[in-house]
Ligand binder design. Structure first.
Ligand SMILES: [Fe+2]
Length: 140
């Protein structure tokens, strides 16, 4: 079936894996700047769950015979924490869209995998809510 292209799927996994890694590095960095413990813990929870997402993708890439890309360079951004977190939020939205797109491409051929990707997309959505909450409560 033309729509289900294994190479395309594998490329999608690798690209998403890189984005997760980027997300993890930048959010780890930004979380350290959050002064309130209860808010910093929320950011750290996001990082923990993203590590699980990255691990999941890593397994799928290996199962498909692909190789893992080197960790991406992390962009260090200066400026206010609120701007950095707003950037994280935007990247999260892109990541969520990516998982939904991957799930839609796969679901008819590999239902279980498609459902797993939709579950991750849902978690990304929850992360967006957490980031919005952090953004509203911090003082820049
Ligand atoms: Fe994630």
């Amino acid at each position: 079936m033309a729509y289900f292209d294994l190479k395309m799927i594998l490329d999608g996994f690798v690209e998403t894996y890189l984005e997760e890694q980027r997300m993890i590095s930048q959010l780890k960095e930004h979380a350290r700047e959050i002064r309130y413990d209860f808010l910093r813990k929320k950011a750290e929870k996001i990082v923990e769950e993203d590590l699980i997402h990255a691990k999941f993708l890593e397994e799928k890439i290996k199962e498909s015979g692909g190789s893992l890309p080197a960790a991406p360079a992390v962009m260090i951004r200066g400026g206010f924490l609120r701007d950095k977190l707003a950037w994280d939020l935007r990247d999260k939205q892109i990541l969520e869209a990516r998982y939904i797109e991957l799930a839609n491409r796969i679901i008819d051929e590999q239902e279980e995998l498609g459902k797993a990707l939709r579950k991750i997309a849902k978690e990304e959505k929850e992360h967006e809510s957490l980031l919005m909450e952090i953004l509203m409560k911090i003082n820049p």
